[in-house]
Design a protein around this ligand. Structure first.
Ligand SMILES: Cc1cc2nc3c(=O)[nH]c(=O)nc-3n(C[C@H](O)[C@H](O)[C@H](O)COP(=O)(O)OP(=O)(O)OC[C@H]3O[C@@H](n4cnc5c(N)ncnc54)[C@H](O)[C@@H]3O)c2cc1C
Length: 298
């Protein structure tokens, strides 16, 4: 089987071999993907899924890579990046139909310019809409799941499936869409609002992010909050702020962020995650759970 010869000619952008995932993650770490694919439409995506099914090749779906720790050994099989070619957007009264590759910032801005409220919280979330749906991304009390009317995806048997809101469940940074297939499009139900108010709320959200978040490369919050207290406060109280392994550091600015100070490896970040977990466990008996996804080989 030769992936490049058989599948490559069917894809406008071909196939990249041994593509460094560090170029596709917000932490700027991660080893090579065996085959990196960037489909430009639904037909290309169907070709990819059919191919991976035929040869039983593992297939990983990549959005903007802002919630991922890809390990230094990289990812075996195919990595399919859903990006700009899937970033169409269409308005129908208070509904928006949007492509899964659209960035959350572009989505929030489009909603605002259409006078639609409900996505102001999304302005500073650096992920794609597809990744946000899988993670049920949220901020400032809002989350994407509560706006969803329906989702279109390609399942792992190469079928195009439309799922209604009633068929999907969303929880705290989780959704039943995980593992169901490759999301290509979503319909969101929003509310009409005053453009001035929408823009003011977005500005407030952006200012809060600038104030609270470090600027160095990260993947946002590393650990899930507990029902009654934020993980960042527990980490800070445990004395883990500023802890460092290699080029990875628990941010002095926000203890639930681990930053890449410049030359971190995925192993540095992974070891620091474990060290923070150990410190918190030994001090408070609490087992912090990662919110980020850890993938690939060490
Ligand atoms: C500085 C910073 C701030 C952040 N702030 C927030 C925040 O306020 N709130 C919050 O919730 N998150 C936040 N995050 C985390 C992250 O941006 C979100 O989880 C985001 O939704 C991930 O989207 P992504 O496109 O980057 O997904 P990726 O990281 O690429 O992937 C995440 C998961 O989604 C899957 N996936 C991606 N695209 C698709 C698709 N089209 N179909 C099916 N599966 C798919 C992947 O396989 C993976 O399992 C922050 C991250 C950073 C770096």
């Amino acid at each position: 089987m030769k992936v490049e010869q058989e599948l490559g000619p069917k894809l406008k952008y071909g196939i990249k071999k041994n593509e460094p995932m560090a170029d596709h993650t917000s932490w700027l770490v991660g080893g090579p993907a065996d085959y990196f694919l960037y489909p430009t439409d639904l037909n290309e995506l169907l070709e990819i899924v059919t191919y991976s099914e035929k040869y039983q090749l593992p297939l990983f779906i990549l959005g903007n890579g802002t919630n991922l720790l890809v390990l230094d050994g990289g990812i075996r099989g195919l990595v399919v990046n859903i990006g700009a070619p899937f970033s169409h957007i269409e308005q129908d009264c208070s509904r928006l139909k949007a492509g899964a590759g659209l960035s959350m910032a572009a989505l929030a801005k489009s909603a605002a310019s259409a006078g639609l409220s409900g996505l102001e919280f999304a302005i500073g979330i650096p992920g794609s809409l597809g990744g946000a749906l899988v993670m049920n991304a949220g901020a400032f009390g809002g989350y994407i799941g509560e706006k969803v009317q329906s989702v279109k995806l390609v399942d792992f048997n190469s079928r195009v499936v439309n799922m209604s809101r009633a068929e999907i469940s969303f929880g705290y940074r989780t959704s039943s869409l995980a593992g169901k297939g490759i999301i290509t499009e979503v319909i969101l139900e929003l509310e009409e609002g005053s453009p001035d108010q929408i823009y003011n709320t977005m500005e407030h959200c952006s200012a809060e992010r600038r104030r609270r978040h470090p600027v160095k490369p990260s993947a946002g919050s590393v650990f899930r909050n507990l029902p009654d207290q934020p993980a960042g406060r527990i980490i800070e109280n445990a004395g883990a702020k500023g802890m460092r392994i290699g080029g990875a550091e628990v941010s002095e600015h926000h203890a639930n962020f681990i930053i890449n100070t410049g030359n971190a490896t995925a192993a540095d970040i992974l070891n620091l995650i474990k060290a923070v977990q150990d410190k918190v466990k030994s001090k408070y008996g609490i087992e912090l759970q990662p919110e980020i996804r850890i993938i690939g080989e060490e």
